[in-house]
Design a protein around this ligand. Structure first.
Ligand code: ATP
Ligand code: MG
Length: 395
């Protein structure tokens, strides 16, 4: 029986396990000690990582591969991408490629590579510290400040003017280096693609809503977004140019961009499972299990014919609460009963203290919806927006 190495499973990676089972594969999971016990009964082997940074995941994956070489490897999230790429490179297994993994893991490396490839992206400066970039920023406000290797909008903030910038300089004096970018204006989207041997098997455009400046925390996603034909063409062109510049071979790519007046402009690219239940939303949209397709790509298994169109429209809605002590959670049952709602949940309880939301990791509720047409989806989405509420009071 052939074996899949799955680096990081958690809760959100469970569909990878289900896909491996359906495909008759053994699974070697790499997990933290806290999660390993739960997994033991579900997989053939578990190797425990002694840390959650890129290096710790890579060390655990290398040890696991040395003891038990897998036939394919899948990374779940950002900090597991390098470990998977190293194993794939060493054993000659399919994967995004080591170059792709390294570039994708660092926003400043991406900028340098994509500048050389002529890809439309914000003007940027890699600053040893923010004070050193003040005169560069003066010429370009508003600017976005971000750390090089984080995710979930952690450490991303917009400085509208010199006053806000100086404030960031004060708060972030210990961080070095930082990326400072001209802020690009325009609605935000992502392009998800499943890729085999450098060729796109299928792709999708997702529209996003965020909290906007200063932190841009994502609050909604809508799959199969119908851009105009010309814009769709330009987005596909951006996506394939990004893949070519990365040297992407096989796996999933998640390209984030804004549709600026000048055309689609790259925010960043990742080559791992996109968050916010996007894989589930894509499954609902195209009647194809994207988790299974990622496993098939990793294991060199045949793919079915690609979907020729969306058969449903799907959305994820992530309502935010005001900071404070949770006093009530309202509307969850009503939202779950709505015909367009597929799943909904709240990860907070009365009495919890909620901080202001500055990153996606702090969101406490989700609603996944699907409908046969955009109008019905809109109705479901506005019902969910009006109905599901986490009430708080200031402590
Ligand atoms: N140069 C920019 N111009 C305009 N908006 C930007 C710029 N850079 C970042 N943003 C906004 O901030 C968001 C988060 O930035 P980025 O994707 O680089 O960080 P992240 O931590 O990887 O976030 P996530 O994991 O949520 O994708 C972007 O999705 C976008 O809305
Ligand atoms: Mg991003």
């Amino acid at each position: 029986m052939r074996e899949l190495m799955l680096i990081g499973v958690g809760q959100m990676g469970q569909p990878y396990l289900a896909a491996a089972r359906r495909l008759g594969l053994r699974v070697h999971a790499i997990e933290t000690a806290g999660r390993a016990a739960d997994l033991a009964s579900q997989v053939e082997h578990v190797t425990v990582t002694h840390g959650e940074g890129d290096e710790a995941w890579a060390a655990a994956a290398a040890a696991a591969a040395a003891a038990c070489p897998p036939d394919g490897v899948v990374a779940f999230s950002e900090s597991q991408v390098l470990g998977a790429a190293l194993v794939a490179d060493e054993l000659g297994l399919p994967g995004p490629s080591l170059r792709t993994a390294v570039l994708s893991r660092n926003k400043a490396l991406q900028r340098g590579r994509f500048a050389a490839a002529g890809i439309r992206q914000p003007e940027y400066l890699i600053a040893p510290d923010l004070a050193a970039a003040a005169s560069w920023a003066d010429e370009r406000f508003p600017v976005v400040v971000k750390s090089l290797s984080s995710a979930g909008s952690v450490g991303v903030e917009l400085a509208a003017d010199r006053h806000a910038y100086d404030d960031a300089v004060g708060r972030r004096s210990g961080e070095s280096p930082l990326l400072v970018e001209a802020a690009v204006d325009g609605p935000e989207y992502s392009w998800e693609a499943l890729v085999r041997d450098g060729t796109v098997w299928t792709s999708n455009i997702t529209a996003k809503e965020t909290t906007g400046p200063p932190q841009f925390v994502e609050t909604a996603h809508r799959t199969a977004w119908p851009l105009s034909e010309a814009a769709t063409w330009a987005v596909d062109e951006l996506g394939t140019a990004v893949l070519a510049a990365l040297g992407m071979r096989s796996g999933i790519a998640h390209v984030e961009f804004r549709l600026a007046d000048a055309g689609p402009t790259l925010m960043e690219v990742a080559v791992r499972t996109p968050g916010d239940f996007l894989m589930d939303l894509l499954g609902l949209t195209y009647e194809v299990d994207w988790f299974e397709m990622v496993v098939r790509l990793a294991m060199s298994l045949p793919l079915p014919p690609p979907p020729d169109r969306a058969t449903a429209y799907a959305a994820g809605h992530f309502p935010l609460a005001e900071p404070g002590v949770v006093t009530a959670i309202e509307g969850l049952d009503a939202v779950r009963a709505h015909p367009a709602v597929v799943r909904a949940g709240v990860l907070a309880e009365v009495g919890d203290v909620l901080a202001p939301v500055v990153s996606s990791l702090q969101r406490r509720a989700y609603v996944l919806l699907a409908a046969p047409d955009p109008g019905t989806l809109d109705d479901g989405l506005s019902f969910a927006r009006q109905t599901l509420t986490i009430r708080t009071r200031h402590p």
